[in-house]
Design a protein around this ligand. Structure first.
Ligand code: ADP
Length: 269
């Protein structure tokens, strides 16, 4: 255990070195604990769908099911759980690449209105399933944004999908933009269940969920916001949110329209 405290006077060079080593040890311990927790989480998340698939396929092969409806129900579960595994593996892979800075970004000047319109179109089916209305309000003459459109759309879609997932049927989602100095702000507001105060500091952590069953039932992997946060950082933006339990959540994305963030990134890639 590296974090054992070394007792040395701290007012000389050896002392500061000892402090530095102690701090480093603490960081390393923390890193090891995080890593262990992360792998424990992964194996749990992978094991759950596998156990469903195994369980239901065993029931089916035992031939104990007489009626067709029940059989189809089990086959549907198996299919859904296989999809979940694929999503999970894809998400994990994405996250790993991002954390190593190994994703290619394709920067161009884009209109935020186009990005938002296209994102809303892609989630419209999911919104319709819950009879949720999405109100999109964009301003036409905003400055263009130098960004990776595919990745920014991924961020926005993820946030809207969460808004749908954690709202009741027949609710509403508002999406709007504002300019604040040279910054473009994108807001995604829902009137859903909100995030309890105690959970607020953790929601960007990998696998963190406030309500496991709701997340799972609607296809969540608990990795969505971790991916979102990484992507926003890679795109040179900021993400913030405010939430009131039982009332709803407001996510805000901030991107500069002046700074060509991508140009430096492009050179590095
Ligand atoms: P998940 O796949 O579970 O949705 P995320 O990483 O996207 O995982 O989100 C982490 C957790 O944050 C969710 O499980 C949920 O509890 C909470 N959360 C995220 N977005 C919202 C929202 N719009 N309203 C309420 N809770 C949310």
């Amino acid at each position: 255990n590296l974090s054992t405290n070394l007792i040395v006077p701290t007012n000389d060079e050896v002392g500061s070195l000892a402090t530095a080593i102690t701090d480093l040890g603490r960081e390393l311990d923390e890193y090891r604990t995080n890593r262990r927790e992360f792998f424990a989480n992964i194996s749990h998340e992978l094991r759950t769908p596998i156990s469903y698939i195994k369980g239901y396929s065993q029931v089916l092969t035992n031939g104990l099911i007489s009626n067709e409806a029940e059989k189809n129900q089990y086959l549907t579960i198996i299919n859904e759980e296989a999809d979940r595994l694929t999503t999970l593996i894809n998400d994990l892979f994405e996250l790993a690449k991002m954390e190593e800075g190994k994703i290619d970004l394709n920067y161009e000047w884009l209109d935020i209105g186009d990005i938002l319109n296209s994102s809303v179109k892609k989630v419209s089916l999911k919104a319709a399933e819950k009879k949720i209305e999405i109100r999109l309000n964009t301003v036409i003459d905003y400055p263009l944004l130098y960004t990776d459109g595919v990745r920014l759309e991924q961020v926005i879609i993820n946030l809207i999908e969460n808004a749908i997932r954690y709202s009741d049927d027949e609710s509403r989602i508002d999406i709007y933009t504002k300019m604040y100095n040279e910054n473009l702000e994108i807001f995604i507001q829902d009137f859903g269940m909100g995030i309890p105060e105690d959970d607020v500091p953790f929601i960007f952590e990998r696998f963190y969920r406030v309500e496991k069953s709701r997340s799972r039932a609607s296809g969540g992997t608990g990795l969505g916001l971790a991916i979102v946060k990484n992507l926003v950082q890679l795109l040179g933006g900021e993400i913030k949110f405010e939430s009131i339990q039982g009332k709803g959540t407001l996510f805000k994305l901030v991107f500069s329209t002046e700074q060509k963030v991508g140009e430096t990134n492009e050179k590095n890639n």
